[in-house]
Design a protein around this ligand. Structure first.
Ligand code: HEC
Length: 133
């Protein structure tokens, strides 16, 4: 009997583990560039393109959220935010952006698929070191 119960416990544990406790899959920046297509209607990653409907995302990692100068449409939630964007945090947030920050003005369903989300983060990391894509 124990032979069956133990694997079941492991299985249920793996399924119910919250997203922040899971290691993201390895991402691929080239695939992530395509995933970013859904974000590009509102965001640019090239510094010279400036802000769009959403703030520019060049070198977004390491920046305090909601503080980029020249972007006037931050929500109250983001304006008052006190955290720094890290790849891990963004990975968790983008699973369901409205769930983490319901007061945000970002109208996006995010990227629920873990692999596609990891690819997107990898692309944003690359966009942080290159001047142009
Ligand atoms: C419909 C437009 C829209 C789409 C689509 C969109 N965003 Fe946004 N994004 C915004 C707006 C507006 C904000 C500012 C949110 C706020 O202040 O509440 C924002 C904020 C952000 C921020 C925080 C920037 C900062 O300066 O703190 C990041 C990171 C971000 N978006 C990433 C993404 C990614 C990745 C996607 C694609 C999955 C995406 N966004 C899709 C409009 C959009």
């Amino acid at each position: 009997m124990m032979r069956f119960i133990f694997p079941m416990v492991l299985l249920v544990g793996a399924i119910t583990r919250p997203v922040w406790a899971q290691e993201p899959p390895r991402g691929d920046a080239e695939r992530g560039r395509l995933v970013f297509g859904a974000c590009r209607t509102c965001h640019y990653t090239e510094p010279f393109m400036g802000h769009n409907n959403g703030p520019n995302l060049h070198r977004i990692f390491g920046k305090v959220a909601g503080k980029q100068s020249g972007f006037d449409y931050y929500s109250e939630t983001f304006r008052q935010a006190q955290f720094v964007w890290t790849p891990k945090l963004m990975y968790v947030w983008l699973e369901n952006p409205m769930a983490m920050f319901p007061g945000s003005s970002m109208m996006s369903l995010g990227v629920p698929d873990p692999q596609r989300r990891a690819d997107l983060i990898e692309f944003l990391k690359r966009a942080s070191v290159r001047e142009a894509q």
